[in-house]
Ligand binder design. Structure first.
Ligand code: TXA
Ligand code: MG
Length: 360
């Protein structure tokens, strides 16, 4: 058997503050060299941890697919640190693309453009378009610059597992598979970037995120939403190839319960009791408002119903923790689909394999 790779694990934070001393500068330099020579480095961004490779090196993209166990028809996002770099990897930047870049970059927005010649097919999964994002996380920006300007990075999880929002889970999935893991401070947003296809007019949202339809429309007018986003049963293929896979899946069987609060609580408690009688371990995802009313083996607070940013930042960590706890059944309340709630429900429905129980 091939010996497992040694992964260097480095920390660039103390008490959640990124330090900018000599050591950190050297770490970023070393990581940049690893990327330039075709290696892989996991790093923090403001959305989720990324698994980076040189975006212009086809071998690096192949390595990313291998490390993740991801099908190679699922294209990668290229991360840049300055707008000048965008011109090199796309055919043209449409006016609306410029406007959105001005408004939301650096930040949790990914845009799709027609790709230029220098972007290898391996990075785009054979597509003639390319997804690009400029993250705002300081460590990510420093690393992109150290690597020469273009890092291809999917989320740093094994394919089919929830995206990592804490370093612990990057290490769990990637130790022994890549060259380096950079531990950062706690991730701010906790859900992957919003993806908008700028090759269509009006542009189309392929994956909802922190940047909502309303926020996009305030800048460029009408924006459409890919209809396959909230439906599990659609016969149409989603335009972002990655959206078709059963992503973000916890090991336990997860159900979403929708209805009036009292009914939802009763239904979750009944189902929890029944599963427990069958010898199963049960986890409940609860809001601060209702948490005291549940009975189950593991009850985890995802935040207040009123605070969707808090819910987003807790979501993937909670799904991972249920796996650690060995939970067999996960029951969750549904959340409002307003604002970022749309992205939250999109991820939860996917995690549950679209198992949604609607109480009349
Ligand atoms: O927040 C994020 O976007 C994180 C961090 C690390 O930046 N990255 C991330 O990458 O979520 P990943 O690979 O897990 O998800 C990329 C998604 C996939 O669903 C993929 O199919 C879609 O973007 N995608 C990439 N290039 C595309 C293209 N040219 N056309 C359509 N969809 C594309
Ligand atoms: Mg992912």
């Amino acid at each position: 058997m091939e010996p497992a790779m040694i992964t260097k694990i480095v920390d660039v934070k103390r008490n959640n503050v990124i330090i900018k001393d000599e050591d950190t500068i050297n770490i970023i330099k070393e990581a940049g060299l690893i990327l330039k020579s075709g290696g892989l480095v996991a790093f923090p961004t403001e959305t989720v941890y990324g698994l980076g490779g040189d975006a212009l090196n086809p071998r690096s993209s192949e390595k990313i697919y291998n490390a993740k166990g991801r099908p190679s028809d699922n294209p990668l996002i290229i991360h840049i640190a300055s707008i000048e770099k965008l011109e090199q990897i796309v055919e043209e930047i449409p006016k609306k693309g410029k406007a959105l870049a001005n408004a939301f970059w650096p930040g949790p927005l990914t845009m799709i453009f027609h790709k230029s010649e220098i972007v290898p097919d391996e990075t785009t999964g054979g597509l003639s378009t390319v997804a690009v994002r400029m993250p705002s996380h300081e460590t990510a920006i420093a690393l992109i610059e150290a690597a020469g300007g273009f890092i291809a990075a999917p989320s740093a999880n094994l394919s089919g597992r929830p995206s990592p929002t804490v370093a612990k889970y990057v290490i769990e999935d990637m130790d022994g598979r890549i060259d380096m893991i950079i531990e950062g401070d706690a991730i701010e947003i906790g859900l992957e970037s919003t993806i908008v296809d700028m090759t269509e007019d009006p542009p189309v949202i392929l994956r909802p995120g922190f940047v909502t339809k309303e926020m996009l429309e305030a800048i460029i007018g009408k924006v459409k939403t890919d209809q396959t986003i909230l439906e599990g049963t659609s016969t149409k293929a989603p335009k972002a190839p990655g959206m078709k896979y059963r992503h973000y899946a916890p090991k336990g069987e997860m159900s979403m319960i929708e209805g009036k609060t009292e009914q939802v609580i009763t239904c979750i408690n009944e189902r929890a009791k029944k599963a427990k009688e069958e010898g199963k371990k049960v986890g409940v995802i609860a809001t601060t408002e209702n948490i005291m009313q549940y009975e189950a083996d593991y009850i985890k607070c995802i935040g207040s119903k009123q605070n969707e940013e808090q819910i987003a930042s807790q979501l993937y960590r909670i799904l991972r923790e249920f796996d650690d706890d060995g939970v067999d059944v996960i029951l969750s309340e549904c959340f409002s689909e307003e604002g970022m709630g749309y992205a939250i429900m999109n991820r939860l429905l996917k995690a549950s394999g679209y198992r949604k129980i609607i109480l009349k």
